[in-house]
Every structure is written in structure tokens, then in C-alpha cells.
Design a protein around this ligand. Sequence first.
Ligand code: SAH
Length: 244
Amino acid sequence: MAKVYLTGAGPGDMELLTVKALRVIEEADVIIYDRLANPDILEKAKSGCEFVYVGKEDGRHIMPQDDINETIYQSALKHETVVRLKGGDPFVFGRGGEEAAYLQERGIKYEIIPGITSAISVPAYAGIPVTHRGVAVSFRVVTAHESPNKKESQIPWENYKTDDTIVFLMGLHNLAKISKKLIEIGKPSDCPCAVIAKGTTKDQIVVVGTLADIVAKAVDVPTPALIVVGQVVALREQLQWFEA
Ligand code: SAH
């Protein structure tokens, strides 16, 4: 009986792959993968393993989600061990839930292998703890990707007023809108803010500023990138360890 492993690949640093993820990657007959922060992971597959790229890049889908679901399903009809490999964690803006539901409805066995999400690990590699005693008792992870065709924002900005730390995924091209909105809802314009690109890899780029100046500072930052807003960003000054 075939089994599909909906597997988190971690944020980039190859060693942030879980032991369990590595095991199923080594056993896989087929690996269906996105644009991964670290494609070297695929080299761990056995010889003869088939690779299927269904990548998406900040919403620009190479393959629509329905087709991805069907591709996974069809692979499970043909192969014993199917690995669906996704960046970070499969259930954090990874649409892993939809893929699991599709398989469930068709009687295909699956397992979820959680991964280290970029939302926490990328700030950590920049020396930014998402919570910190006396500084932040909560953090929120949100997607800031919205279809450019959408007239009214679906993002409940008002709810973010009292959050200590906010991590925005898929938000780089909306950075100007994000910083403007946060100032509008009452966040101080000197609130510390960081943009971190290619986090946990040797190409990691960290830009630190405030809500007022981050847009100007972060021009030309490549993707994948996330945005951290909150006083915890200031801790980087002391806790920067990765670049050192
Ligand atoms: N499931 C993934 C998130 C998918 S959404 C996870 O748990 O990490 C993709 C977004 O994640 C990107 O747009 C970016 O905001 C963020 N991201 C993923 N890897 C990253 C990295 N190495 N550095 C910075 N941001 C990253």
C-alpha cells in the first residue's frame, strides 16, 4: 500500500532537516517538491528516485494547487513511497492541509512530517528571538500576500495593534503597504523592523530599520524573505551570532 509523506524541508540550512524527513527522502520512489530553499536535499534521494517540480514562487504558481493535489494522488497510485517536500513546515502557509484532505478523500495513506518553519528559525538565525522575557509575550505569523486585483484588503490590520512581534511571510513586495498600515493602526514609526532574505543559508541578508525607513533600506533585497516587526528586533544587536 502506497504512502505519501507530506514533509517539511526546513528553512534552508540542510542540517535543519528532521531525522524523520531525511529517512523518508532516502526511501522515496518519487519526490514532489517546491522551489526549496535548499535543493541539495534532493541529493539524499536513492538512485532511480523520480523528481517532480511543482514549484511556486511568492504566489506565481507554476502548477495550480488542484493539479498539484492530483499529481500527488497519481504518484501514490504508481509508487510505494511518495514524498511531498515543502519548504519550512507543510502546515504553515504550505497548503499541506489541502493536500492531506485530497488524499484522505481518495483513501490514500499519508503521514505529516512537520518541518522547522522559517517563521521562527529565520529570525533566530538573524539573532532575533520571536518572544523574549520582558519584551514580547506573543508573536503572530501572517501572510502578507494578497492578490493585486483585490480592492479591499482582507488582512485584519486592526487586530495587529497589540501584537508584540509580527512575522510576515510572502510580504516582501508589499513591504511599503505593510509598514504604512502598521503606522496607521498606531504602531510607532520608530518600531524596529527587519527584513531577512535567504535566512539560515550562507547567503542570508539581514536589513534592520524602523517602520519609517525599512522600505528605503530594503530595496533590492532578494526572495525568499520575511519581515519581522517588534521590539525583539533590537535584540539582534546583542544576539547576532550567525554572521559572526
Ligand atoms: N511553509 C513555509 C512557508 C511557505 S510561504 C515555512 O513554514 O517556512 C513562503 C514564504 O516563507 C516566503 O515568501 C518567505 O516569506 C518565507 N521564507 C521561507 N524560507 C525563507 C528563508 N530561507 N528566508 C526568508 N524567508 C523565508
